[in-house]
Design a protein around this ligand. Sequence first.
Ligand SMILES: Cc1cc2nc3c(=O)[nH]c(=O)nc-3n(C[C@H](O)[C@H](O)[C@H](O)COP(=O)(O)OP(=O)(O)OC[C@H]3O[C@@H](n4cnc5c(N)ncnc54)[C@H](O)[C@@H]3O)c2cc1C
Length: 337
Amino acid sequence: MPTPERTDIAVIGAGPVGLFAVFEAGMLKMRCHVIDALDAAGGQCTALYPEKPIYDIPGHPAISAADLIDNLAEQAAPFSPVYHLGQRVDTLKPIDGGFRIETSAGLTLDAKAVFIAGGCGAFGPNRPPLSGIEAYEGKSVFYFVKRKEELRGKRVVIAGGGDSAVDWAIALAGVAAQVSVIHRRDKFRAAPESAARLQELAKAGQIELVVPYQLDGLEGQDGQLSDVVVKDLDGKTRHLPADVLLPFFGLAMNLGPIAQWGLNLERNHIAVDPATCQTSVPGIFAIGDIANYPGKLKLILSGFAEAALAAHATYPLVHPGEALHFEYSTTKGVPGA
Ligand SMILES: Cc1cc2nc3c(=O)[nH]c(=O)nc-3n(C[C@H](O)[C@H](O)[C@H](O)COP(=O)(O)OP(=O)(O)OC[C@H]3O[C@@H](n4cnc5c(N)ncnc54)[C@H](O)[C@@H]3O)c2cc1C
């Protein structure tokens, strides 16, 4: 076995809450390693909606999800977190004086405490059951849009009837050469204002609504789509010429390996003590979307507060015997900055 790396806190998940936990831990003289299955930090913000403005981050009337993540990474930087991206944490076991985690990339890390900031787990898109779709994925079928500019001038087909489908159709109208939205009903499940805007753009000829239809097949070569085939309720098919297909059928929520770590779970979430965010295993904390307690709100701002609670509760594990004097950041500044 390779020599384990060592740290005070292993943070599992580099979403907004995991990143802020690095700051909160750093302010209390605790170092972190951060592991994420995705190749980039930012969790849902980076993977699902980087260009969308968020309106409920305190102190920011509006901030794009990508800018929020950049700011959080900058705020954490003085504490020199070590990032291990593109690797999933598979095992978490107690050892003398803490915990050992092992990742899919062969990393072994020993930590005095663990923060699980795993969001909705190792999340992935719900894939439409179309034969041969794998060959197109990442080339002309995408489950997330990173930058809408990448779709400028392209013929885009969007499938789905929820917020993501409707929001992206609106965002791409006027950017893409053509936007078609396939949905199996003529009613969309999106926010009422967005659904109304979609209908306006459809009336103005900027979006084509292909309803009630569902996906039936893909045509193209070497991963490049030429047509998306759709079918109506009577089985009648239509070919939609397309460069890109964006299927938005929601996220599969799967705790993945986290479910095997012996923690008390409540419907795919980790039950925590709301005063400390400690799980049923002392020394393991859960924060952000994955944590559950009565009254939990799945919001980034709740996750930030949970990170502060967990960091304070962890202090005695990392600095045994040292009294923790509560101090404002305005009093102590940012050590190391
Ligand atoms: C379209 C959309 C719009 C939203 N708008 C808002 C909004 O306006 N305001 C708001 O407050 N919230 C909003 N949210 C919700 C917000 O994004 C989440 O509350 C937030 O991302 C939760 O942060 P997190 O750090 O807890 O988890 P996540 O952002 O989900 O990050 C968790 C990370 O953990 C990683 N992970 C999981 N398991 C493992 C493992 N075993 N090994 C390694 N890595 C692992 C995942 O890869 C992921 O990167 C929105 C969400 C969506 C989808």
